[in-house]
Design a binder for this molecule. Structure first.
Ligand SMILES: [Zn+2]
Length: 469
């Protein structure tokens, strides 16, 4: 009976989306979808609107961190398998990366595995979550490599026929904003705390911080263009990818630092159209992240109401039963959409544990709040895979979805891999994949004119792609 219902639903879906029995491209898709390599080849070529959930530091592959460290005289903290910046006395007791790795393939392999999930198998006391988040403290690169990172990520996207990237990136935090607000007393009252921050060192420095960040973006984008040969006869595929950024405050830092960095991002978005959104990052299950979650939502809501709306996407509900106290599963997504006014949610894994989740799903569907689905990341970090994933719950409620990579370098994947996984684990049809490809542009935070141009380009690319079949 159940099978019959599924078949009936599938037929209805196909009829609604295509009005005809599968022919051409859908027939081709259906004929190859059980062969992973043929599916991969098909989906690699298939136009993919964008990747809306992509952390720049997590997007870079380990080999690139190592290559830059060798070239830039960075130091190797061997016991911790971590790249470190040289101090006044160079690397001191540490070897430099280049010398340490000369002829040492085993050490190179160890570093690659430390910076990623390559060959990782969870073991007693060390989970995918632990391995994943430790990588970020192990990798380091000079600020001048910012453009190299964008170039690598954009080119990987271009090679897979992806049109648009929204890269999360942290600027002006650890060296500048964090020490400036270290002693700022916070009360948890967003209005009062805003005054405290703006009347202190941070408020005075804000215009300069924004100016410098904009200059750094100019430099990085010029470097990206240079590395990829954009505007020349040898332009690489990454040149065709439209790149935008989201500011990413770190939710595990003290409340004042999160707030100040969010305010900084708000101003950056007002002044620079390349910064199109804001997003809070770092493990949502961290003690401070959980303790301050409500305050973070209030801060975002306050800025939204007083300084004017901005685009917000939030990692919310990247949690699961057993990882945290059950009380923590009840309202993160609710608060993100109702208080912080998030237009998109990253992960949203714990939706069914939220209090009143059916109303929440309806609200998200009615208000077109998209969920960014990161299949490999959810599996690696939380063990949420296959039919444990809430994807079908969101789909059934009519909540829009798109597939994204989260941290493709750390996970050693790409967006095509996530499309393949969607077919293998969730039996996505061609029509569903195509809809998600479009969603990654329809729900992008890029300005409306650019969005219209990108959608037109996607129309053309799909027409060309489908003509082959
Ligand atoms: Zn993420």
């Amino acid at each position: 009976m159940r099978k019959l219902l599924v078949i009936a639903f599938g037929a209805l879906f196909a009829a609604c989306t295509q009005n005809t029995a599968p022919t051409g491209v859908s027939a081709k898709f259906d004929s190859i979808k059980d062969s992973e390599i043929e599916l991969r080849a098909f989906l690699q070529d298939m136009p993919k609107g964008g990747d809306l959930h992509n952390h720049l530091f997590g997007a870079v592959y380990a080999e690139s961190w190592i290559k830059w460290a060798e070239a830039d005289g960075m130091c190797l903290d061997k016991p911790n398998l971590s790249i470190r910046f040289p101090g006044e006395n160079g690397c001191g007791n540490m070897p430099d990366v280049k010398t340490a790795l000369a002829g040492n393939q085993d050490l190179r392999n160890d570093l690659i595995e430390r910076f990623s999930l390559r060959d990782f198998v969870p073991y007693a006391g060390w989970s995918g979550h632990d391995q994943f988040f430790r990588t970020f403290g192990s990798m380091a690169a000079l600020p001048s490599r910012f453009g190299d990172m964008v170039a690598e990520t954009a080119n990987l996207a271009g090679e897979q026929n992806i049109l648009y990237l929204e890269l999360m990136h942290t600027m002006e935090l650890f060296e500048t904003i964090l020490p400036m607000v270290a002693n700022a007393p916070m009360t948890g009252d967003a209005a009062k705390d805003y005054e405290t921050l703006m009347s202190g060192k941070f408020g005075a420095a804000l215009p300069d911080l924004v100016t410098r960040a904009r200059r750094d973006i100019d430099t990085a984008m010029a470097r990206k263009d240079e590395l990829l040969g954009c505007g020349t006869d040898n332009a690489k595929p990454g040149c065709d990818v439209e790149v935008r950024f989201q500011n990413q405050p770190v939710r595990t830092l003290p409340l004042a630092a999160v707030y100040a960095h969010t305010i900084f991002g708000w101003e950056l978005m007002a002044q620079d159209e390349r910064f199109v959104g804001t997003n809070l990052v770092a493990p949502e299950d961290d003690f401070i992240a959980l303790r301050d979650y409500d305050d973070h939502m209030e801060q975002l809501g306050y800025l939204y109401e007083t300084l004017g709306p901005r685009n917000i996407s939030l990692h919310a509900g990247e949690l699961w039963l057993g990882l945290v106290h059950p009380d923590e599963l009840r309202d993160h997504i609710h608060q993100a959409v109702h208080i912080a006014r998030a237009k998109r949610i990253g992960h949203g894994s714990d939706i069914i544990f939220e209090a009143g989740y059916k109303d929440l799903l309806k609200y998200m569907a009615d208000n077109k709040i998209l969920v960014e689905i990161n299949l490999t990341s959810s599996d690696a970090i939380l063990g949420i895979t296959g039919d444990k994933h809430p994807l079908k719950i969101y789909q059934a409620a009519g909540v829009p979805l798109s597939l994204s990579t989260d941290d493709e370098g750390v996970a050693r994947i790409d967006l095509t891999h996530e499309y393949v996984r969607g077919v293998q684990e969730h039996n996505f049809s061609y029509a569903e994949l195509k809809a998600m490809s479009y969603n990654a542009l329809r729900y992008a935070f890029v300005d409306e004119q650019t969005k219209a141009e990108l959608i037109k380009k996607l129309d053309e690319k799909f027409a060309e792609f489908e003509r082959e079949f």
